[in-house]
Ligand binder design. Sequence first.
Ligand SMILES: NC(=O)c1ccc[n+]([C@@H]2O[C@H](COP(=O)([O-])OP(=O)(O)OC[C@H]3O[C@@H](n4cnc5c(N)ncnc54)[C@H](OP(=O)(O)O)[C@@H]3O)[C@@H](O)[C@H]2O)c1
Length: 317
Amino acid sequence: MERRPLGESGLEVSVLALGTWAMSGAVESWGHVDDRESIATIHQAIDCGINLIDTAPVYGLGHSEEVLGKAIRGRRHEVVIATKCGLLFPRSKNELPPRCLSRASILRECEASLRRLQTDFIDLYQCHWPDPAVPLRETISALTHLLEQGKIRAIGVSNFNCEEIAAAREFGPVHSVQPPFSLLQRRAADDLLPYCQEHRIAALAYSPLAKGLLTGKFSATSTLSGIRARDPEYMGGRYQRNLSLVESLRAVASRLGRTVAQLALNWVAYHPGVTAPIVGAKRPSQILENVGGAGWQLSDEDRAEIGRLLIGSGHGG
Ligand SMILES: NC(=O)c1ccc[n+]([C@@H]2O[C@H](COP(=O)([O-])OP(=O)(O)OC[C@H]3O[C@@H](n4cnc5c(N)ncnc54)[C@H](OP(=O)(O)O)[C@@H]3O)[C@@H](O)[C@H]2O)c1
């Protein structure tokens, strides 16, 4: 699979990345998952040439990192591990994960992630969400310290806007950023992606399939649960508009001999400024379909047609 530079980090990553949030084992979020199937999914991804695999401590309170650690035993050299810091484990089921990007907390979290991942170093270490309570100078200097120690190889941020990235770069390198970006969530194209291009920062687009909605497998009568039942894209009139967009995309995809998921991933992967979409999967068969989202490119006419379909289905320009 095609590789691209991860900003100015010196690392090279596949044009599609694998996300492991859905492998977290948190039934209330993504439903039942079988760890053996998750491991088979990770192996399938590596076999298909995907080298960038994204996780986070908070995904299943350590579970996703542990599963990834087991999956890459003996294959560590084939993967670029991206994990995160700054979202702590909530004390109760109803509490949101507290944010903390203090130096002491980052150093503690890094050691815990290294243990769960069964590795000596993390390739890409990302701040999961901004923490306004801690000065960015402290956060970035802690990450730079880890870089100097060789415990991490690149520094990333996630859910940061351009101003926050610019402020962070005053104190050290920022090699990548993770924004949400898909056919349904295109805000990053307005400012963040051009900013990344200008400053050679890798943009890793998360939720490129809108949590599966852009695969075409949902309908008006689908039973929605967990994370999807709480997502505005799956609610009321917005859900209906999304379903009607997916139906019109299906026609374009089938004319091109592709599936809707492949079309949606390709649209993200080859969008100017994007380094790689991070696509979640729980089954090897999903990987086999999703890798067909790379290795070809929508023509300008196809992109223009998709733009018209977005407008026609009430999704703006
Ligand atoms: N930085 C952040 O704040 C942040 C936030 C969100 C996500 N992320 C990262 O981005 C990754 C991807 O985002 P995401 O998981 O929210 O959404 P996504 O990639 O848009 O959707 C992934 C889900 O869609 C379904 N799916 C994938 N391929 C499919 C296929 N070919 N056919 C049918 N269904 C398919 C699977 O769910 P089912 O099998 O359950 O249907 C899968 O878990 C995450 O794993 C995580 O690494 C980061």
